[in-house]
Design a protein around this ligand. Structure first.
Ligand code: NAD
Length: 301
């Protein structure tokens, strides 16, 4: 199958590579020439704009950082909307339901179907093809792209309604973000009280406090002090804020998640939006005057 792929960053580079390895002809574009070059070296065809990608493939996927960039790439000048061959635009980025519905309508006017298919599972999931893919859009169109989506992960059909996959993704991510912030506060407190961080993780992971932060992220990126999960605090704050916009329209009280947004904002303010998400522990450590580190810790795999 011919597949266009726009956005070759931490996630997109792995997904595009997997599509190539699965035997698809992949046409790629990114604003960073280096990212295009890396994929071209693996056999991808380089394009000069989103429109050129959409001239060359019926299915165009995108893994882009923010809703505004998705809007521009999909429907702006030189965007996917101007492509002569494209029939389906599969947005793997996290944009929120409001933007997904907006892009759906704009593209529908040109007979292009937008499918939102955001993913969860991090860079390691993208690398191994084990992401959770949350697809929504007309069922026949989702089924048409499902074989390609299966190359990047496990496909869940969420709804025919545009934006439902995005809502599902935000519900997942606010839980992930809450676990990160709460686990950071708990670990710093335990350590300041004199507990060993590795022992704490062993006990928590054998008990009821376990979550993806305690099972994976702390041992991988915080104890060794590498802070390299490959997802920025700025992008996670974007997701939590998108959730808060959706919950406001629905009138649901979400005080805990608003507090999580504040913790992420503090991380972005103090360390910059490009800091790794695992650095959310650092403002807490700095105020407590202690660091949760055990450099000789081998990540459990
Ligand atoms: P990233 O910043 O590493 O990659 C984004 C890529 O888009 C970059 O290569 C950038 O050069 C490119 N880009 C920016 N503007 C562009 C434009 N106008 N045209 C073409 N390319 C452009 O981000 P990422 O971590 O790969 O995340 C991508 C999306 O996936 C985001 O929406 C994010 O929220 C979501 N996501 C990320 C993770 C993760 O763990 N990193 C997990 C799940 C979902």
């Amino acid at each position: 199958m011919d597949i266009g792929f726009i956005g070759l960053g931490n996630m997109g580079s792995h997904m595009a590579r997997r599509l190539l390895e699965a035997g698809h002809r992949v046409i790629v574009y990114d604003t960073r020439q280096e990212a295009i070059g890396n994929l071209a070296a693996l056999g991808a065809i380089a394009a000069c704009s989103p429109a050129e990608v959409a001239d060359a493939a019926e299915t165009v996927m995108a893994s882009l950082p923010t809703p505004d960039i998705v809007l521009k790439v999909a429907s702006g000048p030189g965007g996917v909307i101007e492509g002569r061959r494209v029939r389906r635009f599969v947005d793997i980025s996290t944009t929120g339901a409001v933007m997904a519905q907006r892009v759906f309508k704009l593209l529908a006017a040109r007979d292009i179907v937008q499918i939102d298919a955001p993913v969860s599972g991090g860079v390691s999931g993208a690398e191994k093809g084990t992401l959770a893919v949350m697809a929504s859009g007309p069922r026949a169109d989702v089924e048409a792209v499902e074989p390609a989506l299966r190359v990047i992960g496990k496909v869940f059909f969420i709804s025919e309604r545009s934006g439902a996959g995005q809502t599902m993704k935000l519900v997942n991510n606010v839980l992930s973000a809450t676990a990160m912030v709460a686990s950071s506060e708990a670990m710093v407190t335990g350590m300041k009280a004199g507990l060993d961080p590795r022992l704490m993780l062993d006990v928590i992971n054998a008990g009821t406090g376990r979550n993806t932060m305690t099972e994976d992220k702390i041992a991988k990126a915080i104890l060794p002090g590498t802070f390299n999960l490959g997802f920025t605090a700025g992008l996670l704050l974007k997701d939590v804020n998108l959730f808060l916009v959706e919950r406001e329209a629905l009138g649901v009280p979400t005080d805990v998640i608003a507090t999580v947004a504040n913790a992420l904002k503090l991380t972005c303010d103090e360390l910059g939006p490009d800091a790794d998400v695992s650095a959310v522990i650092q403002p807490i450590e700095n105020r407590a005057g202690i660091k949760v580190r055990a450099p000789d810790t081998q990540p459990k795999r």
